[in-house]
Design a protein around this ligand. Structure first.
Ligand code: SAM
Length: 480
């Protein structure tokens, strides 16, 4: 499989539609039995290993999961355990979707278990990461390309800085910008796009480490001038170290993907840029069996700024190699975050009436926020409104009786806890979904890369996995 991708272009037909029958038209009793079976499997894990769902101290990022420090990444082992439990209960499942795909944690865990995957994210950098993680790269070929890149850098004594954007000199020292330019030229000269993409990811991680923005937060936050001058950083050295360790990880990644192909030769992977609020509805034959996802905790601007975190790397990577990249996404540091869930607040409070009908948890929290500034109300309502729109579009992607795993975080706005888990549960129940189990996990200190606190918004150190089952479609109300 020399450097061959396993994603969309080269693989066979998806299987999801072929698992039509079994429980789809099955009596409610059968469905309820499977749900009870899954619930008891999940509980049993915690009985055998207390704190199992917290995964404290056991979260390792291997097999490609560690190639870039994307914010708020899921714990791969945890999602893998959930997939194994649902496969045990419903062996016919063959496809998974993740509409908030991020760096592709669910993608790699699904595919390595022989499950086809379809995912999207609004942030093109996330889609580049997931795309690279979906390829079975040949490590020897990667090493040869790396050698060629090193040779080009060594022979390149040019001083030209290849990128120009607002505040470039605030975020990069001139020696660093010159080295990154040599690196950019050396990667761009590589003929294969799939190979270039792998090394753009190594460059993205390099940029995260050598820019003048602190690595301790996902927001752009500059070091003070005296620290910038004193920092011992070398962009080329950093790239060499990161690309070498990336090649090591990609050996395991190729192995995981091959394992998936052995289990399911028709495996299909599709990672693309897309807005979860406007995914086109799927006809039954293409609908997914499992939804496994983790939406943002709240609006990106005040919680986790995925877009801001991606802004500097995206300035340097050739945009033709980044799936779905558009220049306007780099207009300013907030452009991506402002088109993400909860990014638009104007008139948001007007949506409250409609949401109160769908969710009593929403109504209760909105009531509490009434005595707080209007901006706090808008942030809450704007986010839930967008999430609700996304749920409408996402549930139209699922087969009858689909399994759902939602990893959700809670936060506070103006000191008021926002009950995201209860709100999502209500909004899904409104669409006919049934609750199976809610698993709680403590986030071990510092193990998840989040935004730092600000005055009015706080993220919390627990998250929940809401396990639900989508509505059952009978022949009469089938969507096909
Ligand atoms: C919690 S992160 C997902 C992390 C991912 N599970 C991982 O392990 O890397 C949430 C993702 O939702 C994306 N997002 C925000 N608004 C979106 C939208 N409207 N449509 C699709 N993705 C969106 C963000 O860019 C971010 O990558």
């Amino acid at each position: 499989m020399a450097g061959q991708p396993v994603s969309n272009a080269t693989v066979g037909r998806a299987q999801s539609g072929d698992t039509l029958g079994a429980e789809r038209a099955a009596p409610a009793k059968l469905a309820a039995q499977a749900e009870e079976e899954l619930a008891s499997k999940l509980r049993e894990r915690a009985t055998l290993t207390p704190e199992f769902w917290s995964f404290s101290g056991r979260s390792r990022r291997e097999a490609g999961h560690g190639i870039f420090a994307y914010p708020a990444m899921m714990v791969p082992q945890l999602q893998g355990a959930l997939l194994e439990d649902v496969q045990a209960v419903d062996p016919a499942i063959s496809s998974v979707i993740d509409p908030f795909m991020g760096s592709g944690t669910v993608m790699l865990e699904s595919v390595s278990r022989g499950l086809s995957f379809s995912g999207a994210d609004i942030n093109p950098l996330a889609v580049l990461l997931a795309t690279v993680k979906s390829q079975a790269y040949n490590p020897e070929q990667l090493s040869r390309v790396r050698q060629r890149i090193i040779l080009r850098i060594t022979e390149d004594s040019g001083d030209k800085i290849e990128v120009d954007f607002h505040n470039r000199d605030k975020w990069f020292r001139s020696d660093v910008a010159r080295d990154l330019s040599r690196l950019k030229r050396a990667i761009s000269a590589e003929r294969s796009k799939v190979m270039r993409q792998a090394f753009w990811v190594a460059m993205a991680e390099t940029i995260r480490l050598v820019s003048n923005s602190r690595t301790s937060t996902v927001k752009l936050h500059s070091y003070p001038a005296h620290e910038i001058d004193a920092r011992q950083i070398d962009a080329i050295e950093t790239f060499l170290r990161i690309s070498a360790s990336q090649i090591e990880q990609m050996k395991d990644q190729a192995e995981a993907l091959s394992e998936g192909l052995r289990k399911n030769p028709d495996l299909r992977i599709d990672c693309r840029v897309g807005d979860a609020r406007s995914m086109p509805a799927k006809k039954d034959r293409a609908a997914a069996d499992v939804l496994m996802t983790s939406p943002p905790y709240g609006d990106n601007v005040t919680t986790v700024t995925y877009g801001q975190h991606s802004y500097l790397p995206l300035q340097w990577i050739d945009s033709a190699d980044v799936p779905g990249m558009r220049q306007e996404l780099l207009e300013n540091t907030r452009s991506i975050d402002s088109i993400s869930l909860g990014g638009k607040l104007k008139g948001a409070v007007d949506w409250a009436d409609e949401l109160q009908v769908k969710s009593s948890a929403f109504a209760h929290c909105f009531d509490q926020l009434k005595s707080h500034p209007r901006n706090a109300q808008s942030r809450f309502v704007g986010f839930v409104h967008d999430l609700d729109q996304a749920l409408e579009a996402i549930t139209a992607q699922l087969r009858s009786n689909a399994w759902m795993f939602w990893t959700l975080g809670e936060r506070k706005i103006s000191g008021i806890p926002v009950p995201t888990v209860a709100v999502v549960r209500d909004l899904l129940a409104f669409r006919g979904a049934r609750h199976i189990e809610t698993l709680e996990r403590k986030i071990p200190g510092g193990s998840k890369r989040m935004a730092f606190r600000n005055a009015s918004v706080e993220t919390m150190n627990t998250e929940s996995i809401l396990v639900m089952r989508g509505r059952s479609y009978t022949d009469l109300d089938s969507r096909s």
